[in-house]
Write a protein that binds this ligand. Structure first.
Ligand code: BDP
Length: 717
């Protein structure tokens, strides 16, 4: 009996430590006591001088204490001022002594309001390290950066860092509904417990804010773009206020989605026409009411006249009328409107990929100063691979905000290991050629191409109330990587992967090197086993789980996979060249030429832009049919390799996370084969050709794959 109790206790303890590990994200603060950096600190750091008293500074102090205690095993003396030498001096420039400020002036001139300086200096011949910025939030960013240096085993000799975020708004978009379901959420239910708010403050809200602050995220849209007007009623605003109060000291502003028809639904008006004086007034008053509660409220995100959402077009007005009306309502309080460009219409027979550009580009220069147009990374919808959206670079007078999807709606939900920063980087590095060579998407997003004042990057969150936040331990890396790239769109995804691995798992090189390779290769793997060579939108209906290239019976043509792949006996692919829908025309001439010509079109985007015969010769000499089949096989092989690598990591990390990832990779492998077999069997009906050597034979029939139904797949409303 005693031994049984012992076993139970042991299980309980090991369960809770495992749970904590998953829960702690990239802030594990594993001990680094034997690293060189650690011994340098231990021997030299005598005290931490914490300057200032704000909530934010207290958070910074607590973080340093936790970091030092966990990583080095002891906490230097915390002081309120600088005593002797070897202090870590932490405080905003307002709280620095004039000597230190003079010493750091050149560095302080380099940073913006959210940037920080971390520098080792000699002050009256005494060594000190300073972490500072223009305000306390910037100091907090500096503290997290400093701890990351320790965590990732980097040298701390002669610290000399001045770093600033390159965009103003670095924001998560939660597609969370008020009933706590999450549209396209694969990590449980919404974090926001509306029923218990405002009185009950879940520790998770605080931990969420801390995690975001650690990667520089400074905004959160709490509610789904498919919006519910109730969030704007006093009953809910009180709850929103409570969350805003939790997030504020972490530098995170709260935003809400605005349902365009709210004046009717909760305001008892007859119309939501943006030119109607009563409607204009209603939004003005509503904004004032929100700002009274939340003085630093960020503003509204709006999905209008898109996929059935109401909008200005219901009243014969346009997107500019709608956005500007809301912009006027929040302008007196410093708020912004993030107006989404994700539009396509069932009444428009045009190629769906062309519709957003066609509608929004002519509006350039017409939006008010505090409006940003939020554009998805590609013209269709967060596919495993899409060419960059043609709107980037095409609206010089309008701040365009990037919208990435962190949740893996089309990339295996939370069961597949796919490192998204690789995808994000590919988009950001794409050359729009809009102002000549080198006009990358990153330069549009950070405002440097056209000198836009407002800049931002949004990510559709992959966070839920799962113990590990994101469903898959490696999906945490996508949240992390999003934050890092929102801060600096020029960061290399390999650097991000390595940082994340070291902070999340281990600094052991034998672990880092192979696992980093898995992460880097994982994006190409998913493209290969789902949608190689430019294929897109061939997933199953509604839930978007698994393959469905055969689907052709949906009411709106552009919802059907057959609309996108256009496979027939002559070939496969969507002709968007001049001879087709001429979508290439929406790009700058240099990019258009590149995509239009089948010879120069990157093969990874071939079938996005061209319809080609099954016998078309690829660059490697294979026919298109063989090449396609081999790509599908390659995707499966890549996952198999990921499994092999992972299976050798057992000794370097905790068994719980090891096992979780092992099981998830098994699912991924199974589903990669499912995608390969279902797609190849389907396309084979048209190509009429045998599978080339090296491609494994399907073990099921096409009929079997077509018969699979998933009525309860998650995230589908
Ligand atoms: C699609 C999703 C849908 C979203 C929509 C959007 O399937 O759930 O509402 O995008 O971004 O990807 O508005």
């Amino acid at each position: 009996m005693t031994s049984l109790r012992f076993v139970f206790l042991f299980l309980l303890i090991s369960f809770s430590t495992a749970a904590q590990k998953d829960y702690k994200l990239w802030l594990q603060y594993n001990t680094v006591a034997d690293s060189t950096a650690a011994s340098e600190y231990k021997n030299n750091l005598k005290g931490i001088a914490v300057l200032g008293n704000s909530e934010t500074i207290k958070i910074a102090e607590k973080e340093l204490k936790t970091g030092f205690a966990d990583m080095l095993g002891s906490i230097p003396e915390i002081r309120k001022d600088v005593k002797g030498e070897n202090n870590l001096i932490v405080g905003s420039q307002m709280n620095l002594s004039s000597e230190i400020k003079t010493e750091l002036q050149a560095d302080l001139n380099k940073i913006n309001t959210e940037g920080f300086v971390i520098k080792a200096i000699l002050l009256k011949n005494k060594k000190q390290i300073v972490i500072t910025g223009k305000n306390d939030i910037a100091v907090l960013y500096g503290v997290f950066h400093f701890l990351r240096i320790l965590q990732t085993n980097k040298s701390v000799k002669d610290l000399n860092i001045a770093d600033s975020p390159k965009t103003n708004i670095r924001i998560l978009n939660h597609w969370d509904n008020l009933d706590r379901t999450v549209e396209r959420g694969y990590a449980g239910f919404s974090l926001w417990n509306w029923q218990k708010l405002p009185d009950f403050i879940d520790q998770r809200y605080i931990d969420y804010a801390r995690a975001n602050a650690s990667i520089g995220i400074n905004g959160t849209v709490l509610t789904n773009v498919n919006a519910n007007a109730l969030i704007l009623t006093p009953q809910y605003l009180e709850k929103v206020e409570a969350l805003a109060n939790v997030f504020r000291p972490y530098g995170i502003k709260v935003y809400l989605t605005a349902r365009f028809s709210a004046p009717i639904e909760i305001g008892n008006l007859k119309t939501a026409d943006p030119k109607d004086p009563e409607v204009i007034n209603w939004w003005k008053n509503k904004s004032a009411e929100i700002y009274k509660r939340i003085p630093d409220f960020g503003g509204f995100l709006v999905k209008a006249n898109s996929e059935g959402q109401p909008g200005p077009q219901n009243y014969g007005r346009d997107h500019v009328d709608g956005a500007n009306m809301l912009a006027d309502a929040v302008a007196p309080f410093g708020g912004v409107i993030m107006w989404r460009a994700f539009v396509y219409s069932e009444h428009d027979a045009n190629d769906r990929a062309k519709q957003a550009y066609a509608e929004f580009q002519p509006y350039d220069g017409k939006f008010k100063e505090n409006v940003m147009v939020q554009v998805k990374n590609g013209a269709i919808d967060f596919q495993p691979r899409e060419p960059f959206h043609p709107l980037f670079g095409a609206m010089p007078k309008t701040p365009l905000m990037m919208e990435f999807q962190i949740t893996q709606e089309y990339l295996g939900f939370s069961a597949h290991l796919v490192f998204l920063p690789k995808l994000f980087q590919e988009v950001l590095e794409s050359d729009t050629f809009q102002k000549g060579k080198g006009s990358t998407v990153a330069k549009v997003v950070d405002g440097t191409l056209y000198k836009n004042k407002l800049t931002g990057t949004a990510g559709v969150a992959n966070i839920g109330n799962d113990l590990n936040w994101t469903g898959h331990p490696f999906a945490q890396a996508n949240w992390y990587g999003f934050g890092r790239l929102a801060w600096n769109p020029y960061l290399d995804s390999e650097v991000i992967a390595e940082e994340w691995l070291r902070s999340t798992f281990s600094n052991n090189e034998n672990f880092i090197k192979p696992v980093k390779n898995i992460m880097i290769e994982s994006r190409e793997a998913v493209v290969n086993y789902m949608t190689p060579l430019g294929l897109h939108h061939i997933m199953d209906t509604g839930h978007h789980y698994g393959p469905g290239p055969w689907v052709s019976n949906l009411s709106r043509p552009e919802w059907n996979p057959t609309y996108y792949h256009k496979a027939d006996k002559n070939g496969i692919g969507f002709d968007r060249s001049k001879s087709g829908t001429d979508a290439v025309w929406q790009y700058a001439p240099e990019a258009a030429k590149l995509f239009d010509n089948v010879e120069t079109c990157p093969e990874k985007e071939l079938l996005w832009f061209h319809h080609l015969s099954w016998d078309y010769k690829l660059k490697n000499g294979q026919t298109l049919w063989n090449g396609l089949a081999l790509k599908y096989q390659q995707g499966v092989d890549q996952v198999r390799k990921m499994q092999d690598v992972w299976n050798k990591t057992e000794n370097y990390i905790d068994s719980e996370r090891f096992n979780e990832v092992k099981m998830l990779l098994e699912i991924q492998h199974k589903e990669a084969k499912w995608w390969r077999d279902a797609c190849l069997l389907y396309f084979q009906q048209f190509s009429g050709k045998a599978l080339p050597d090296g491609v494994e034979k399907p073990t099921q029939t096409l009929e079997y794959f077509k018969s699979l139904k998933f009525p309860f797949a998650p995230g589908n409303g």
